[in-house]
Write a protein that binds this ligand. Sequence first.
Ligand SMILES: [Zn+2]
Length: 390
Amino acid sequence: MTMDMNDTNPFLSRLMAKIREPRPPLPPNQPFFNRIERVPAGLYGEVWFRTGGCRWDRQGGCTMCNYGRSEPPQPDAMVESVRQALLALEHPVDELMVSPSGSLLDPAEVPEEARRRIYALMAAHPASVLLLETRSEWVTPETADELLAIRPPGRGVTVEMGLESVDRWVRRFCINKGGSPADFARASGLLRERGLGVYANVCLGTAFLSPAEAIDDAVATVRWALDNGADRAVVFPLHIKPYTLLDVLSRDGGYAAPSLWSLVEVLHRLGPTLAGRVEIAWYRSYYDREGKITRSPDTCPHCRDAVVGLLDDYRARQDHGTVDTLSAYPCTCRDAWAASLAATHGARADRVATAYRSLANAFGLGNWLAANGGDLMAALYGAPSGRKGD
Ligand SMILES: [Zn+2]
């Protein structure tokens, strides 16, 4: 994995490792998890299957993410769990996503032979579009060629990659994403020149950002993604999951899951022209009864069903008229959300520096930060990420 030092954050990596330390492994009795949603193409089916976990997560990982870790299953078991999951899909789906906890293309997470057998299972499925998820660094000419080779005639293969934010400062100091927007653009180019599809995953509600900053960040990231190789962008309003920085921050009021009104605002600002290329995902929780999520994006009990229903409608048709209806929907919680956008939060670098010191003390990293954090803390206040996409 190549990475510019300017994109690394050794403090957040250490902090995330501490936060994850007590995390129990995923139960071996759930080798897969399926869900189905209505989308413009018909039905979208997602198959998650258990692996050892994301490689990036193992060295600390992203501040919002927890798809779990476990003892790595044998390659045969991974393939078998995908086979079982496909048999268990309750409806014939038009779009089929098969994804592990991290990257299907990372050979340390899914060994190459298992990956090829999983590709064969996907290709044998009648869905018109096959999707998979990976971090961009695993997209190479070789892995892209392999995808092209498995694409059944007349059907699409699309790779979904986490871009999260196009702002390098946000990626480094708020997410600990590693990699760069430039690597996303590189990977997109390799896929597009082979006629393969590209989706960009975009976060809404990143740690340390105010609600207004989070909306700006998501809107700018979607626009950049669509201009830099992505066929579509998928906006994810963040949930608070156990063993994440979001969970730690939320315990003393330092973070709240984004309002669904913020998601509506992102769609409103992107406007009708882009609606056909902007999807939404995870605006509702599918895991409520399993303890995998602490808090989800929400509105209030009075309007929740109506708002989520309209978001289902947008997910199903991507018709911007639904966004207009939502933008005019009256509720006192919407008024409170609008007022929250005007609140002042001070300079974001001050906010992050204060939080880092407090987190360092709480997690036994105070000495480490004092001894080794000089460059990082200086960079916090350095020139803004500026050259977006480098
Ligand atoms: Zn409400």
